[in-house]
Design a protein around this ligand. Sequence first.
Ligand SMILES: [Zn+2]
Ligand SMILES: [Zn+2]
Length: 361
Amino acid sequence: MISAAVTRSVEGPPSIEELELAPPRADEVIVRLEASGICHTDLFAPRICPLPAVFGHEGAGIVERVGARVGKVKPGDRVLMTFGSCGHCRHCEGGASAYCEHGHHLQFGGTRDDGSTTLSHAGEAIHGSFFQQSSFATRALATERNVVLLPDDLPFDLAAPLGCGVQTGAGTVLRSLKAPAGSSIAVFGAGTVGLSAIMAARHARLGPIVAIDIDPARLELARELGATHALDAREGDVAARIRAIARGGVMYSLETSAALPALNDAIACLARRGECALLTVPALGEPVPFSLLPLLSGGRRLIAVLEGDSEPDVFIPQLAAMHRAGQLPLERLVHEYAFADIGRALADAAAGRAVKPLLRF
Ligand SMILES: [Zn+2]
Ligand SMILES: [Zn+2]
């Protein structure tokens, strides 16, 4: 039996229930959770995933059991769980597993790749396998592919957010855009993803680094983590102010805020041939009005990025090394809650009261 936070309705907070967890198949791993981050995807998941379900996709803990064919980890190993991928489609084989052909089902389908559920309550099937982990639980079933060995010196509470939010922001700068030193960048939204992008931009010696948000405390944190300029979007003329800082516009922008004005500004602030990386969309993908003319008139590009193009077994150790070197001060982002307080932690995440709420088990 495990304790898990079960979401039974779109509106309601989850309730902590005792569930049965399936034993590991040959390529699967059971992890005893020590910490799990809460990411914005957990907040909108009840609207797009089958219910009842257990969410959570930034889990870190200790391997408890492994299937017969698992070679990457063994019981007792400290691991992080990240997004699921199949390992055999053209994108996985091409080193781009964030774009796995089966990725949407593996993250949001509520089951294993073959459609089987892994959680139950007195015979009732509960959807698990969220990002092939469902980490809002004392134990999680993952696949060998989506667990990553952790170095001994990285605590679980700082490791957990690397599994989604941090690798997404940092990876977009370092792996997707491959922004060279000295280039200018604007980051819209100073949450975990945006702040991770800012820390990565400082690490890569970009500049100027402009942060845009509507929360003065987050703008101050952005400055402390590496932003050379911090703009309050409520004061208006965002694109013009960015163009005044980086003459002719910035070469790179990241849109992490899901606000429609930010999407327009993230394109309007670009220099000619500049590139905007879209990491989220307004209104869960509803059609939105925005002009394509700024793209065409200056050869600007708009790209969408998932998980920062991370290959987790390669990139997570690089992020751990950045933390060790003082370049990725993750401790500035996390705010801890006991697992029993998950309702409050989710409410604080939704209201923006905590940058990275983190559950401890
Ligand atoms: Zn794949
Ligand atoms: Zn996430």
